[in-house]
Design a binder for this molecule. Structure first.
Ligand SMILES: NC(=O)c1ccc[n+]([C@@H]2O[C@H](COP(=O)([O-])OP(=O)(O)OC[C@H]3O[C@@H](n4cnc5c(N)ncnc54)[C@H](OP(=O)(O)O)[C@@H]3O)[C@@H](O)[C@H]2O)c1
Length: 402
């Protein structure tokens, strides 16, 4: 509980945390009461200094709710869109307070009260305006924050390749691993040429029970600061039609390899008191996914594993993040035997991850995926979600595998 409270108030000054709590109070207690219980006859709302009453006030309340809910979330996560939005909104309140006081209480009393409250809100607006850097993504480079070397699994394609580019751009030297050595060599030359970083290529099969240990042995001489557990595959189809050996390899790759690599590299990070671990999960891990059953279970494993150790490591200088992409335009669908469907770019997904690293234990990329992963899975019963998912996933599954 103490940890949770520390986490809640971490990363922003006290006055901003107070604003966050006020927004949460308004969004979760006051405005629901105002909307659902307060009689229409006595309802009042002030917008831009003008007092609305009765039904006009009632109808306007959901807009206030959106403002305060966005404020609570924006301060909680310190989202970049809070600037200049929060400052402008508070400046609008300052003007509104002046207008309202002068209109409601004529004479010197109205002006005095209006000026005092407008001055207070103007000061708050100025503070929020000046707080811009606090809402910006991290400004220290990843190399400064975590150290020199990164290990990226599954770097020969898709999201892993995009991670390698993004990390090298931040000055990190990269160990690149996957099975296709040729592709890794080409990528390594690109990173060295474009970003001036060092690289090392390790061809390894992480679905082999000895694969992850072999990779960890090969990097034992390096100070690994950043681990991206990205290599993973899907396997589309009805469970009784699937090949058990292929499923076994998938579980080994998606679940066992991240555990072994994290377990082998983490102690040295803990000793140094800094490091980063990204585990690439999927929104598929948020719910049962018929026709992708074992895959969704492996990704649920990744999510729970990552979020658990993220909490264990809090306060020890190690940032752990589970990245949960939705459909992404990579070789994944083809490898999983799915019918092709559009997805986000791997680069966009990686940007979301690097922005969230150190701020939260897991992140879903894309607002639509976020709504599916959070709203739907929390509001609907799991059996119903599974039924809906079966019909959606069937559209991407070849007929002979349904
Ligand atoms: N694309 C999506 O729609 C999507 C959505 C949600 C989550 N994800 C997750 O994102 C991660 C990356 O997938 P991606 O979309 O970038 O797919 P991708 O383009 O197919 O890349 C997969 C990477 O994993 C490597 N890999 C596969 N089997 C391996 C093995 N046995 N040993 C070592 N490396 C292996 C591949 O390299 P080699 O073939 O050269 O070994 C490749 O570099 C996966 O964990 C996946 O579950 C993807």
């Amino acid at each position: 509980m103490g940890d949770w409270i520390r986490m809640l108030f971490r990363g922003r000054p006290g006055w901003m945390s107070a604003l966050m709590l006020f927004c949460a109070f308004m969004a979760f207690l006051y405005l629901p009461w105002d909307f659902f219980w307060k009689p229409v006859a006595v309802d009042e709302e002030v917008w831009f200094g003008i007092m609305f009453t009765g039904w006009a006030a009632k109808v306007a309340e959901p807009f206030h709710w959106v403002v305060y809910a966005a404020g609570a979330y924006g301060f909680y996560r310190m989202r970049p869109w809070m600037w200049p939005w929060a400052a402008v909104y508070v400046a609008q309140i300052a003007v509104g307070m002046l207008v309202w006081s002068v209109v409601e209480r004529a004479g010197a009393a109205g002006w005095t009260m209006g000026m005092v409250s407008a001055a207070a809100f103007t000061g708050l607006a100025a503070l929020l305006w000046r707080a811009r850097p606090r809402f910006q993504p991290h400004h220290r480079s990843l190399r400064d924050r975590y150290g020199e070397w990164a290990l990226v699994t599954g770097a020969s394609a898709g999201i892993g390749e995009a991670f390698a580019h993004a990390l090298a751009r931040e000055g990190l030297s990269c160990v690149l691993t996957a099975r296709r050595a040729g592709r890794l060599e080409t990528l390594a030359s690109e990173l060295e040429r474009e970003h001036g970083v060092s690289t090392r290529v390790i061809a390894a099969d992480l679905a082999d029970p000895a694969g992850a240990d072999a990779v960890a042995d090969t990097v034992a001489d390096l100070e690994l600061a950043f681990l991206v557990n990205n290599a993973g595959v899907g396997y589309s189809g009805r469970f009784d039609k699937q090949d058990v050996e292929r499923l076994r390899r998938m579980v080994q790759l998606n679940c066992v390899a991240p555990v072994v690599l994290t377990g082998r590299l983490l102690p040295a990070m803990c000793e140094r008191g800094r490091g980063a671990i990204v585990i690439v999960g999927s929104i598929a891990g948020r719910q049962p996914l018929p026709l992708h059953g074992v895959y969704s279970a492996t990704k649920a494993f990744d999510l729970l594993f990552g979020e658990s150790i993220s909490t264990e490591l809090r306060g020890r200088g190690i940032d752990v993040l589970v990245l949960e992409p939705g459909a992404t335009a990579t070789e994944f669908q083809e490898m999983a035997g799915e019918i092709a469907h559009p997805g986000e770019s791997a680069e966009a997904v990686v940007r979301v991850a690097l922005d969230a690293l150190g701020r939260q234990p897991s992140v879903v990329s894309g607002w639509f995926n976020w709504a599916r992963a959070n709203a739907a899975t929390r509001l609907l019963p799991r059996p119903l979600l599974a039924l809906i998912a079966r019909d959606v996933v069937a559209r991407g599954t070849p007929r002979e595998m349904r």
